[in-house]
Design a protein around this ligand. Structure first.
Ligand code: ARG
Length: 582
């Protein structure tokens, strides 16, 4: 348990022992620092509950709190607010213990097994900026949840099975009709066939096929037939699909790697297909589906519901299954393979209805135990400085790679080529560009749309990723230069600048807990900025290495080390890599 939580628990016990019941207790950081570090606001509520004067209750609590030597300057203000401060001795001890073990500043949660489904790249289609937030958010929630004690399994859940793949295969057939994949008489080994297609060809093929399908009903019908063949694992079509998968997955993996996004599982919609017969069996048994115009559907609208809630389309009239069906089958698969306590889905705001339908159908058919939580974690759009979604010059959706390149160009202008080693330049630029994008993405609450201005967010000054990286590198460099001096003990708190840093450090456990609850990284993003700013104020005010008071110098180095380690922890949660130099 974190040291601050321990203190909160003790204060709660003191209040309980006085005969006042509180459901929960947290120390509120004081807005009036001149009155104290924290404020206890509970006396007003207790007064109502116990029909007493709040000041009387406050006096009683104050008297008990005064016996605790972790606290000082306890005073009552207004109708019954209690202001308290932490004693220097307690703060010193706390920093020393956090400095030797950062877990003393984290509240571990009770064990749970979570599957996080994020990224959701589509095979044979270029990743676009919409996939970015899913990858960023999911990856960081994974890191945060793991850090707080959950077991987490991350799954890329590739879109690899539906009509888009049918369209791509059809278009390849039109381009290369003589490929043996399309020759039903072919009995040879498909792996020996040279496929004249690269990943960038694939990315071009899909839009072409998709446009044709919109304009030409016959073409669309052909694609539907191929999709069904694919889903039936028909020889030839299925083998070509596997080749497409290999080509595309390699590229997708490279993009995720460069974003510092990693998966335990690279499953896709197709992997769930093995579970579809069983899924349909269960649904039949539970009698929750019905026939409608040749298709099988599940009604998911609740009786008194007024907003639209279309039925879930389970099996289309041509026999192929929908995106919803693969998600249902995936739930079955995950239950069997991992038996998770919760499944989290990070997908953009437009998929809310989809997940609502899937979750309702899951409950109706009892696919998973009632106490297994299914959570959709949606997010808003990242827009370009003109307020509209990022577009390519010809008006298409901007591929993620192009956005990364755009930011890299900004970064390229700004790194210090005198200090970055030549063989590290590209890696450094990538790390900074990724930090630029990700940090900007985490500042707003996740469901908020925001504007990403590559120039502004690449700046090393301001609330930006590069600022955090730069400041953290500088802390490291100070610690290295100070190696010849003692860095063991936090002995004294010099002034309010130092004290502010210490108090800010104590906020960490709370921030991490809140962020996990809201499933948004904005709290973490604000916090690391605030901590870094406080530290940089200290850095500007003092000359640590030239300090003559050796106790003070040692204290400063310990404080620097604690902030540095905290920043590393937070940057890691945010999925940012710190370069050597920049
Ligand atoms: N591939 C989907 C898309 O690009 C996202 C997948 C989200 N996850 C899921 N289990 N459906 O829109």
């Amino acid at each position: 348990m974190s040291i601050i939580k321990e203190l909160e628990n003790d204060i709660k016990r003191i209040i309980d022992d006085l005969g006042y019941q509180l459901d929960s207790f947290t120390l509120e950081v004081s807005k009036r620092k001149d009155l104290g570090d924290y404020q206890i606001n509970d006396c007003m509520n207790l007064a109502k509950k116990y029909s007493k004067n709040p000041r009387v209750i406050a006096e009683e609590i104050k008297e008990e709190l005064e016996k605790d030597n972790r606290l000082k300057d306890i005073n009552i203000a207004g109708p019954g607010f209690i202001n308290i401060s932490l004693s220097d001795n307690f703060l010193l001890k706390t920093i020393n213990s956090i400095n030797s073990d950062i877990d003393k500043n984290i509240d571990q949660k009770e064990y749970k097994k979570i599957i996080i489904d994020y990224g959701g790249a589509n095979v044979s289609k270029a990743l676009h900026v919409g996939h970015l937030r899913s990858a960023n958010l999911g990856e960081s929630l994974k890191r945060l949840a793991k850090r707080l004690g959950y077991e987490v399994i991350s799954d890329a859940h590739l879109g690899d099975y539906g009509r888009p793949l049918g369209l791509v295969i059809l278009e390849i057939k039109k381009m290369y009709p003589t490929l043996p994949y399309f020759d039903e008489a072919y009995t040879g080994d498909y792996s020996e066939i040279a496929l004249p297609i690269t990943n960038s060809d694939l990315e071009k093929i899909y839009p072409v096929a998709s446009t044709k399908a919109k304009e030409d009903e016959k073409y669309l019908e052909e694609a539907r037939i191929i999709t069904t063949k694919l889903q039936n694992h028909e020889r030839g079509i299925y083998d070509l699909w596997k080749r497409i998968m290999d080509i595309s997955k390699k590229e997708i993996k490279e993009v995720y790697d460069s974003l510092n996004v990693y998966y335990d599982l690279w499953e896709g919609e197709s992997d769930a297909s093995d579970y579809i017969p069983e899924l349909l069996e269960i649904i039949k048994e539970k009698n929750v589906a019905k026939q409608s115009e040749g298709a099988t559907i599940i009604e998911v609208k609740e009786e008194d519901e007024t907003s639209p809630m279309p039925p879930l389309l389970l099996v289309k009239s041509n026999g192929s299954v929908s995106y919803e069906t693969t998600d249902l089958a995936t739930i079955l698969e995950r239950k069997k393979k991992f038996n998770p306590d919760e499944i989290w889905y990070c997908a953009d705001g437009r998929q809310q209805l989809h997940f609502e339908q899937v979750f309702r159908a899951t409950r109706k058919a009892n696919l998973i135990d009632d106490d297994v939580k299914l959570e959709y974690i949606g997010f808003g759009t990242m827009n370009s400085p003109d307020g509209k979604p990022f577009k390519t010059r010809d008006g298409g959706v901007m591929p993620l790679n192009s956005l990364i390149e755009l930011v890299k160009e900004e970064t390229r202008k700004r790194i210090n080529y005198d200090i970055v080693k030549e063989d590290k330049v590209e890696e450094t630029i990538n790390d900074i560009a990724v930090a630029t994008i990700k940090y900007a993405d985490f500042i707003p609450y996740r469901t908020t749309d925001y504007i990403f201005n590559p120039e502004k967010f690449s700046d090393v000054e301001g609330k930006t990723g590069p600022y955090l990286l730069y400041s953290t590198i500088r802390m490291k460099s100070l610690l290295e230069k100070g190696k010849e001096y003692k860095q063991d003990n936090y002995i004294k708190i010099n002034n309010d600048t130092d004290r502010d840093i210490v108090l800010e450090l104590l906020e960490l456990p709370n921030i991490l807990t809140k962020s996990l609850e809201s499933k948004s990284l904005n709290e973490v993003a604000d916090y690391i900025y605030s901590l870094t700013n406080k530290y940089n104020k200290f850095y500007a005010e003092n000359k640590v290495l030239l300090e003559n008071d050796k106790d003070l110098q040692e204290s400063w180095l310990v404080l620097t080390n604690t902030v540095y380690n905290t920043n590393l922890l937070l940057l890691d949660i945010l999925g940012l890599k710190v370069p050597e130099k920049m």
